[in-house]
Design a protein around this ligand. Structure first.
Ligand code: MGD
Ligand code: MGD
Ligand code: SF4
Ligand code: MO
Length: 720
């Protein structure tokens, strides 16, 4: 039989690498990098090859499953799509009638942003339900990035990205792009790009509690105590003012608040923060001067500074440091993209509205502020458990595994078990979806059409690429958008003879035509004719025009951040003098170590452990612990340890290593596949333990609502 070649972008991580897939009538023969993709230039990582495993996985669901309980025994019955849609819509409708729309929660997980079908069609279902009880992975990830972008530049999506290909000095704080392939920075083959910085005489510095894969390739690595980055960043800002290094450059005319900023950071000298952060005062000064004095330099922060107690402040200060050193919106610094589909496109003559999606309402139980139309997912369990008007009774999950990915997963597990109704749009029967009454599995990966609406917005070059399905839709299967559309039409009560499913391809085509490159002929048709993708050129400066603030100016010292500094001040007082208790933050109890997470090139959050090619080899779910701590606790490599936190305990093997800072322990997230009733044969054999059985739903960045998954106090002891 003839070999066919299919070109598409990998949808597994933010790097969106081009793939060349060869197949025989849908039987995958090989997956390799697409050298003709102008952006990824043939690069791929081992996960892409596992797209074949997912495609062929006998555990992957293809037909709707309905939970049947007989005498307490759960079994799953395969049913037809029409029956599934009708019954799910009926049940949602019943909950809505009995308890109101807000009693139905929705959780959107990470792959939503990797599937334009889900991304574009899910909001229609949410509107049809009429609920405002919306949760997503964003509040265990990048809420602080959005918050800072909104406060400084006027819109949560206006996040600058490092101009990697032109920078000469790159500071990475709380990111490990060599393992993660980059985030809020779409940069395929980041390793080669990093090496190129060094080859042109530049330097890369990593600030991280662990000597990571990226740190090993960097020119310099600084250990930092988890959760104390805010103090380092405050001190760097202080140094800029104290040493007259502030040079806002071209943006000086539109920047306000410098005096207030200078005053706010005054007391945070390098000497004050050195013992707390673990970074020497001299190093803080030296790095700050280097950032200020290198014409093309970028300070980039990611998950490690976002999913922690002071995430909002950290991301504010990262942006401020780039602004004060003249690196914001400058080539080689941090730039904004000009995406082909531009949600923020200026509409001439239309006055800009201030962004208002913050604190319009609060979560029912603990009063957490809404942000971007969402409630922090750390509130999910309490919303379901706590009786009273507005109690969460039903949940729709899509592309998400909150039992493993959100804090205090055991509590989430129990809360989901207690719901009246749950439906999951997902491709596996896993730790989360096992609680569903129905699982509706869409086609995924190689089988779907996709345009990376989000990642083209965050890419270090302006590019556009559309992927078509590798194969025609197999009989009896559904695309994600068809699932959402079928439920939407039922819940809006649209008469059947008026049903018209909105294909997201049409929205994408319109977005391209009316976008900034539409004039030059960019359209879906053009992308279909260029299956390797189209390069639209390097990023360019575009402030102040692109600012979305109502006054078209940047306030470097927004009141919400200034107010939040009192929380940081209380925390540093407590760190300097541990007998003081810091309101809000858990006291650092005696004998505790601080827990952080890590990613591995062959893991992808919680959901790719059912691919043998990725899990084979040495067990990766281990607890990294420094030799000094290990010696004190009598722990050796390979030995089982028990790790306890306020909320739970787990056991896993120790891995004694000087690559982790003393006082810190580290394990991967996304493991813990030993929950009963799941259907992932390979993942179950590589179960590991879930870090989120230790992370604390009460520990968060109270400003943005993001969960503080890093810097969690834990106690470690050897088992037996
Ligand atoms: N402690 C700790 N916790 C963390 C993190 C951490 O660093 N440390 N990281 C956080 C971050 S950054 C994130 S983004 C979250 C992720 O949190 P989640 O998004 O909740 O979790 P994932 O593991 O990405 O789960 C993806 C789910 O989508 C399903 N899926 C895969 N492909 C498709 C598809 O095409 N369609 C549909 N419908 N479903 C699909 C999978 O089967 C799986 O159930 O985890 C967060 N949790
Ligand atoms: N292979 C792989 N790639 C992925 C994923 C995956 O699971 N596997 N997940 C994808 C997702 S959803 C995301 S959001 C991105 C995330 O992309 P990255 O942000 O690059 O993610 P991590 O590798 O978790 O890097 C976070 C780093 O922060 C450090 N850290 C932890 N706490 C602190 C702290 O308090 N201060 C400082 N300075 N550093 C700290 C950790 O040690 C770690 O090295 O990766 C994406 N890509
Ligand atoms: S780096 Fe990311 S996008 Fe590229 S092949 Fe690997 S998983 Fe896919
Ligand atoms: Mo993420």
């Amino acid at each position: 039989m003839e070999l066919q070649t299919h070109y598409r972008a990998c949808n597994l991580c933010e790097a969106i690498c081009g793939l060349t897939v060869t197949h025989q009538n849908g039987q995958v023969v090989s997956i390799s990098g697409d050298p003709a993709d102008p952006f990824s230039r043939g690069h791929i990582c081992p996960k892409a090859v596992a797209l074949k495993d997912i495609y062929e996985d006998p555990n992957r669901l293809r037909r709707p499953l309905k939970r049947v309980e007989t005498n307490g025994e759960v079994s799953w019955q395969e049913i037809g799509w029409e029956q599934a849609f009708d019954e799910v819509a009926d049940r949602l409708h019943q909950v809505r009638t009995a308890h109101g729309p807000n009693a139905i929660g929705v959780y959107a997980g990470n792959p939503t942003v990797h599937n334009s079908g889900s991304f574009l069609s899910m909001p229609g279902l949410v509107r049809a339900i009429g609920t405002r009880t919306m949760f997503s992975a964003s509040s265990v990830d990048q809420f602080p990035h959005h918050f800072a972008a909104w406060q400084l530049f006027g819109h949560p999506l206006l996040m600058p990205v490092p101009d990697l290909d032109h920078t000469d000095f790159w500071i990475i704080i709380g990111g490990n792009p060599i393992a993660s392939n980059g985030s809020i920075m779409t940069a395929p083959d980041v390793g080669t790009r990093l090496r190129a910085i060094q080859q042109r005489g530049g330097r890369v510095v990593v600030i991280d509690p662990r000597r990571t894969e990226t740190a090993l390739r960097a020119n310099e690595h600084q250990f930092i105590r988890p959760g104390t980055d805010v103090f380092l960043l405050l001190a760097m800002t202080q140094v800029l003012f104290a040493e007259n290094l502030v040079n806002v450059g071209r943006l000086a005319d539109v920047t306000d608040g410098l005096n207030a900023l200078q005053e706010a950071v005054e007391t945070f000298s390098p000497e004050t923060v050195a013992s707390v952060t673990g970074v020497q005062a001299d190093d803080i000064r030296r790095l700050t001067r280097e950032l200020a004095n290198t014409p093309r330099a970028a300070l980039y922060g990611r998950v490690g500074v976002s999913t922690q107690e002071f995430g909002g402040l950290c991301l504010w200060l990262v942006n401020v440091l780039n602004l004060l050193t003249g690196h914001l919106d400058e080539p080689g610094g941090m730039l904004f993209t000009s995406p082909a589909i531009d949600a923020l496109a200026d509409r001439p003559g239309v006055p800009k509205n201030p962004y208002t999606k913050y604190n319009r309402f609060q979560s029912r139980v603990s009063g957490k502020a809404e942000f971007m139309g969402e409630i922090p997912v750390a509130c999910l369990a309490e919303e379901a458990e706590t009786p009273g008007p507005g109690q969460l009774r039903a949940l729709v999950t899509s592309c998400g595994n909150p039992v493993l990915s959100t804090p205090n997963g055991r509590r989430v597990d129990e809360a989901l078990a207690g719901l009246e109704f749950m439906v999951s749009v997902d491709i596996y029967l896993n730790e989360t979806t096992r609680h569903a009454d129905y699982i509706l599995p869409p086609l995924t990966g190689l089988e779907t059409a996709n345009y990376d609406l989000t990642f083209h917005v965050l890419a270090i070059r302006n590019t556009a690429r559309y992927s078509e399905p590798m194969v025609p839709k197999p009989a009896g299967t559904m695309y994600d958008w068809e699932i959402f559309e079928n439920l939407r039409l039922r819940l809006t009560g649209t008469p059947r003879d008026e049903w018209k499913l909105q294909n997201p391809a049409k929205t994408i085509d319109q977005g391209l035509r009316f976008g900034p490159y539409g004039q030059t002929g960019l359209s879906l048709e053009q992308l279909l004719a260029n299956p390797h993708g189209i390069d639209l050129g390097p990023l360019r400066s575009q402030l102040p025009a692109r600012l979305q603030t109502p006054d078209h100016r940047i306030n470097a010292a927004p009141p919400l951040f200034l107010a939040d500094l009192s929380r940081a001040q209380a925390a540093i007082n407590q760190l300097v003098n541990p007998t003081l208790s810091a309101p809000g933050s858990p006291p650092a109890p005696p004998g505790s170590l601080l827990l952080i997470s890590r990613r591995h090139l062959r893991d992808n959050n919680s959901w790719m452990h059912n691919a043998r090619v990725l899990v084979k080899g040495r067990n990766r779910c281990t607890l990294l612990i420094h030799p000094d701590d290990a010696a004190r606790l009598g722990i050796g490599t390979g030995q089982a340890v028990r790790v306890r936190s306020r909320v739970g305990e787990i056991e896993l093997p120790a891995d004694v290593s000087a690559d982790i800072m003393p006082g810190v322990v580290c394990m991967p997230h996304g493991y813990g596949h030993n929950r009963p009733g799941t259907r992932q044969d390979i993942a179950q054999q590589h179960a590991g333990a879930s870090v989120n059985d230790l992370t604390d739903e009460a520990f968060s960045d109270t400003l943005t609502g993001n969960a503080a998954l890093n810097g969690v106090p834990v106690w470690v002891e050897s088992v037996g």
